[in-house]
Write a protein that binds this ligand. Sequence first.
Ligand code: FO1
Length: 317
Amino acid sequence: MIVALAGGVGGAKMAHGLAMASDPAPLTIIVNTADDFDHLDLRICPDIDTVLYTLGGIANPATGWGIAGDTRIVLDTLRDLGGEDWFMIGDRDFATHILRTQALSQGSTLTAITARLATALGIVPKIVPMSDQPVATIIETPDGSLDFQAYFVGRQQRDEVVGVRFQGAEGAIAQPDAIAAIRTAEAVVINPSNPIVSIGPILAVDGYRQALESTAAVRVAVSPIVGGKALKGPADRMLTSLGHESSAVGIARIYAELIDGLVIDTADAGLADAIEDLGIATLVTKSVMQSNDDRARLGAEVLDFAANLRSNGVGRR
Ligand code: FO1
């Protein structure tokens, strides 16, 4: 069993690469749900949908989120009628949110409706929300608090981030299948997602940190920072404003207690020694995923890296 922790577009691309490389071994992808929100009376789960669409082969290649070739007749009509159109939902994407909202209102769990959507898209790996209870990321800025999507999409990440909270995380229950998968995995991969707002919420739910600390799996992360910059999104600025270093070393320090190995890009080869000084093995490779082939190759390299560490006695705590 391979387990991946994912959020955002980078996390979904890596999940796709791991799905291609791990087949036929079982793969469980644990997905951040703290970006989820209610909008237009619909429950929107962007990170789950990005993983679903990416693994289902229908993601919009230009954005990484949403559905390829989707139209926006509903959204444009809503705007013409005086409704909200700040959050781009395509016509086909609307169907996902309608089905999910209906299922949740009829008593389904987020886990169950996610599995149903995955089956409908022909996806084999198990896609599991981090929790069935709602958790919401709140961004603290010098001008006050913002809901995550208001910060991310509404204000295009232009505010300085001085704090981050995960509302509801204290009361949320870690998804039991996710915890069981971490406990029994051979390898756990922390995908190249934003460590603060994509992986941070998963680790904030009671049970995940403990499971990662005690699993016999080899645990590797893939750095989302290359050459000091985030490949997508505000992770670099967020790391700096929150007092971390925006570099692969900064990522290694954040995950230090939870990982055995870190995959870094060739652009950061000079940082390998500093990361190994923290007791973390490194794999230096081309980590930027531009094509499907890049995803499959990186997925295979990450799994080989974990297997090599395992054969050298890493893991098996
Ligand atoms: N990101 C944007 O930058 N603008 C959007 O209008 C937008 C709409 C959207 C709709 C559905 C969906 O599943 C994702 C969407 N995203 C949009 C992406 C999303 O806000 C972010 O990728 C994540 O929440 C950050 O990981």
